[in-house]
Design a protein around this ligand. Structure first.
Ligand code: KG4
Length: 340
């Protein structure tokens, strides 16, 4: 049988990434991140699209070279069509369309959120990572999303609950910015939290019915708390950095886990995965391990490198769609907003 070789391309936000997958096994995954946004404390869309323009050719070239694959060997090109920043998406989508057309091979549409969820199914040569059985629940937590998704099949997913305002990662990033810690705040808060007391401070938790999340109240409560304490001690943040980080992280993890536990009780599904950038968080990973030990959940966490934005997850999405001959018309436009 002919090999199925997929090139995946991801450019939805501030990472330009390309990956090559052969018969479902990852051969390469190359990502160029954009440091330019650090100075602004958040992604600047115009700068992101400019950087994608500079990075896309060398990143795709490197991914093919590392995989030992020539463009003519490719079976199809999978690209993130959305959701994301339009100027960023257009770089990857236009490149993928041009390349697929010139090679005469199919283009495959990948949804960024679906990609995060399917990252769990990535296989590397010589490794045997357990994959969840279907159906399973997936907590998708990133800078732009906080959702509980029931995954019935790679192309059949149902959102059971989602944030009604900010995403978990966004809330962490904003609180970190208020503390003057830099961007992105997630990894910095994680590092600091390891040295702090998670019970030192209490921040408000939302009372939202059902399985939906809300993180904007936490952000405001954190801001007001700091404002009041800074009046008493101008160096409050400096003196309590680690405790603030640990207490903030614990509040976010508690909020995420409470609703996830509710979803497990409602559906009776105990196979539970986590995906998206925030799944790199140590506190969240520990909470998952505890649930596995105490409540009998079977938990699945993608490899560290595939938690944040990457093209490997786009390539695996493309692989499953290729098997179904689920191709994308060449004139389908990128989209900035959509759910799974
Ligand atoms: O999935 P992702 O790379 O991009 C989006 O599609 O949003 O997620 C980025 C988010 C950011 O908010 C970042 O601060 C957060 O993931 N993040 C973390 C950690 N690493 C990244 N949050 C908490 N702890 C971490 N270790």
């Amino acid at each position: 049988m002919k090999d199925i070789i997929i090139l995946g391309i991801e450019s939805s936000c501030d990472d330009t990434s390309a990956a090559v997958l052969k018969n479902g096994v990852l051969l390469s995954n190359v990502t160029a991140s954009q440091d330019v946004h650090r100075a602004y404390g958040g992604v600047v869309p115009e700068l992101a699209s400019r950087a994608h323009q500079q990075n896309i050719v060398p990143v795709v070239d490197q991914a093919l070279k590392r995989a030992g694959v020539k463009p003519e060997d490719l079976s199809a090109i999978a690209v993130t069509l959305g959701p994301g920043l339009m100027g960023s998406l257009l770089v990857g989508v236009s490149f993928a369309k041009g390349m697929a057309t010139s090679l005469g091979i199919p283009l495959i549409e990948a949804n960024h959120l679906q990609g995060h969820i399917l990252a769990l199914f990535l296989k590397e040569e010589g490794t045997d990572t357990p994959v969840p059985p279907l159906p399973y629940l997936c907590l998708l937590v990133s800078g732009g999303n906080s959702q509980i998704v029931k995954v019935d099949a790679y192309n059949k997913m149902e959102i059971l609950g989602q944030t009604i305002d900010d995403a978990a990662g966004e809330a962490i990033d904003k609180c970190s910015k208020v503390m003057g810690l830099g961007y992105p705040g997630g990894p910095i808060i994680d590092r600091l939290a390891r040295q702090g007391n998670a019970e030192a401070f209490k921040f408000s938790k939302p009372h939202i019915p059902g399985l939906d999340y809300s993180f904007s109240g936490l952000k405001t409560s954190f801001l007001y708390f700091l404002r009041d304490r800074l009046k008493e001690d101008p160096d409050f943040i400096e003196h309590h950095k680690a405790d603030l980080a640990a207490s903030l992280e614990k509040t976010v993890v508690d909020i995420l886990m409470d609703k996830l536990a509710k979803a497990v009780r409602r559906t009776g599904i105990k196979d539970v995965a986590v995906a998206g950038g925030v799944s790199a968080n140590t506190g969240l990973r520990n909470a998952f391990a505890q649930k596995a030990e105490r409540s009998g959940w079977h938990t699945y966490i993608p490899k560290f490198g595939y938690t944040t934005d990457n093209a490997a997850m786009i390539a695996i999405t493309g692989y499953y769609k290729y098997l179904d001959r689920d191709f994308c018309p060449i004139d389908k436009p990128a989209y900035s907003r959509v759910t799974i």
